[in-house]
Design a protein around this ligand. Structure first.
Ligand code: KG4
Ligand code: ZN
Length: 332
């Protein structure tokens, strides 16, 4: 079965063709970074307009790269939420039109569920049950994944998401948007012990997160040091990155211990961070758990993960109809 996936929940327009749930035939991602960079963050109205302009060319390119005609697609899977409502509606309406014209099934996909499925597109696939951690721009959550379609929330952020903290710290330091990659770049190889930053909620057994205090601590240090040199920015960025990653990894170890499940999936945009990937490896060896993490291009938003999650739902016999709606807020 060949499924066309469409993703337009935020500032990436993406289309992908996935065969038999896990074989990626194509995955085209058109980023809007340049459009939003000058505003220091995503401008929802501009995002929806850009999705409108490029969604069809992106789909055409995905079909071409997969060497399939539209008539050879068996179903269409589309992100139904969570995300920016105007952006979601663009993908959703294109998916509905394709489903209607090509007379193929339509399935709406929860973007968070899709992030957790992205790892299934890699060679090394996890067995279940598994702990799942989503670290993205809008979410930071831990789950117990009993099977890819049976997922229970264990904990989530009480305020900012980890990616949001990266983006805000980047803004504080004047490093630009998108923030995560800028912080990673400037912090590479820089000593992280220059500033003593908090590891929020790590003294508790709770699996919730909180990153707004860490961001405020960075703001205070930036004001106090009053040094706008790249060297000082790099020291602050490195100390922040380390504090954030230490916190995420600590929570993983607590989840592994408390559930007695020695397998972990880490996904979402922040999972593309190289320092996180290194520290995760060290922690997995020390604490004896296996970890599964998608390749970097499957960590950030993409339609292959949407097609994969959609295929799982379709295989279960689930279908949506043309009344499918978009949801700004949606939990797993
Ligand atoms: O999953 P994603 O592409 O979109 C959402 O669903 O939110 O995640 C985007 C987030 C942004 O906050 C971005 O700054 C962060 O992931 N991010 C990173 C890196 N690449 C993207 N954070 C840290 N290091 C990175 N290399
Ligand atoms: Zn995402």
């Amino acid at each position: 079965m060949k499924v066309l996936g469409i993703e337009s929940s935020c500032d990436e327009t993406s289309a992908s063709v996935v065969k038999d749930t896990t074989e990626v035939l194509s995955n085209v991602v058109a980023s809007q970074d340049l459009i939003h960079a000058k505003f220091g963050g995503v401008v929802p109205e501009l995002a929806s307009r850009r999705h409108m302009e490029i969604v069809l060319p992106v789909i055409k390119k995905a079909l071409k790269n997969a060497s399939v005609n539209a008539e050879e697609i068996d179903a269409v899977a589309v992100t139904k939420g969570p995300g920016l409502i105007g952006s979601l509606l663009v993908g959703l309406n294109v998916a509905k039109s394709l489903s209607y014209c090509l007379k193929i099934p339509l399935i709406g996909v929860n973007h968070l569920h899709a992030h957790l499925c992205a790892v299934l597109l890699e060679k090394a696939k996890p067995s279940y049950p598994c702990i799942g951690m989503i670290v993205s721009g809008g979410h930071t959550s831990l789950y117990k994944i009993k099977s890819p379609l049976d997922i229970e929330l264990l904990g989530k952020t009480r305020d900012d998401a980890a990616g949001e903290a990266f983006d805000k710290v980047s803004k504080i330091l004047g490093l630009g948007y998108p923030g995560g990659i800028q912080i990673e770049k400037i912090a590479r190889g820089v000593d992280s012990s220059n500033f003593d930053l908090p590891r929020p909620l790590t003294d508790k057994t709770s699996l919730d997160f909180s990153f707004s205090g860490l961001k405020t601590a960075v703001l205070n240090i930036t004001r106090k040091t009053n040094d706008k040199s790249s060297k000082n920015k790099a020291k602050i960025a490195s100390s922040f990155q380390e504090a954030c990653i230490d916190t995420l990894i600590h929570k993983i170890t607590v989840a592994v211990r408390s559930t007695d499940i020695p397998r972990v999936i880490v996904c979402g945009g922040v999972a593309a961070n190289q320092r996180l990937r290194e520290k995760l490896k060290d922690s997995s060896l020390e604490n004896e758990y296996e970890f599964f993490i998608p390749g970097k291009s499957l960590c950030t938003d993409n339609a292959a993960m949407i097609a994969c999650a959609g295929s799982l739902l379709l295989n279960k016999g689930l279908r949506d109809n043309l009344a499918l709606n978009a949801y700004a807020n949606l939990e797993i």
